[in-house]
Design a binder for this molecule. Sequence first.
Ligand SMILES: NC(=O)c1ccc[n+]([C@@H]2O[C@H](COP(=O)([O-])OP(=O)(O)OC[C@H]3O[C@@H](n4cnc5c(N)ncnc54)[C@H](OP(=O)(O)O)[C@@H]3O)[C@@H](O)[C@H]2O)c1
Length: 377
Amino acid sequence: MGSKRLGVLIGGSGLIGGTIVNYYKTQHSETVDIRAPSSKKLSIREENDIRRVNNEVRPDFVINAAMANLGSDGQLAFEVNYQGPINLARAANSLKIPYIHISSAATLPSGENLKEDDTLPITPHLSNYAKSKLMAETTLRLMAEKEGLDFSCVRLAIVYGAHDHKIQGFHRLFFSIADESMPVLFTKKNTLHSYTNARKLPHFINHMLENRAEFNNKTFHFVDKNPVDLATLILTIKSYLHLNQPKEIYVPYWMANGGKKMLDIMLRIFRRVGLKATLPPELMFMDSFYKPQTLSTERLEKSSFIDPYPEETIFTRLPELVIYYLTRWSHENLISTYNEDMAIDKSAEHNFLHNPQVLLDQSHAKGIGPFNNMQQK
Ligand SMILES: NC(=O)c1ccc[n+]([C@@H]2O[C@H](COP(=O)([O-])OP(=O)(O)OC[C@H]3O[C@@H](n4cnc5c(N)ncnc54)[C@H](OP(=O)(O)O)[C@@H]3O)[C@@H](O)[C@H]2O)c1
């Protein structure tokens, strides 16, 4: 018991933080004790909270998976996404322990096969989220160079996984399809994006913690090897849900963007008369639906990390995630379109991807002759 390593994780109620806590509690409970104070107990906006908890706990490592909500104003984004991580890193450096920082592909431009060093320049017009995330990465690198901070940065792309209580990112897109609020496709053909499997991430974090010499002061893209075409993903989800929409009609960017601008103007008018009105989260990222963003996995592949589930992709995880989220959202009365008794045939998709011969054998056994109850002309 006495030899257990102690870790402090910030953001434990979130999608990423919750997955990491769950991993340590279920897979390393004998060797690692993970503490995940709530944001009420430790707000990373408060330097004193950071000092107090680290002094009390004296952890062996710190992981930061906190973020301010995407629509946060500049002050909050700065405090939670920049100042907090820097103060956490300062505390970790005082204790001479590793600091693991979770960052985002929002720090990168659009484009394909983007390397870890291809970051956007820090400019005023960036979104609050991207700017604060980029600033944090910049200062952390400087702290490693000048102050000897032992840190690693992991950049995630679009994350898929269970327990996204806030329904953000990919799960927001999925929600819009399930809720039938996406009548047509707001993307163009062959728009590829990288995706991050939340379930694999804790394995990588643990591996980095166990191999500090290799991973210290390095940033890694942590995404699935093969990028995914957005329209294919949307249409696959639609077919799982047995829905009629979105129709396979591609709305051109100029039209989608024009609609978004008009909505933005209307919302501004609403706000002037005192109504609380903000752009729906799915529209905030509309630009990225039309632009590819794929992250290079070369550095990750060259590292000593071994993918624990090499066969797993967003498509193989979909059946499980569809059932998980639809059950949850219908219980919370967020959607009414889901019939829990609806049988979602999971075997066909899985076999089609991994074992097509099984599907062929099944089909042949069922019969491939003419339908005997159909009349000849
Ligand atoms: N989800 C994605 O698609 C995605 C994509 C790329 C990168 N990332 C990165 O992954 C990390 C985690 O994201 P997520 O999706 O897990 O976010 P999330 O589900 O929104 O969770 C955010 C977490 O941060 C905590 N938090 C917020 N303000 C805090 C504060 N002042 N002090 C302490 N904790 C605070 C929240 O706690 P409360 O709920 O108590 O406020 C919550 O636990 C972030 O670094 C994000 O940039 C996520």
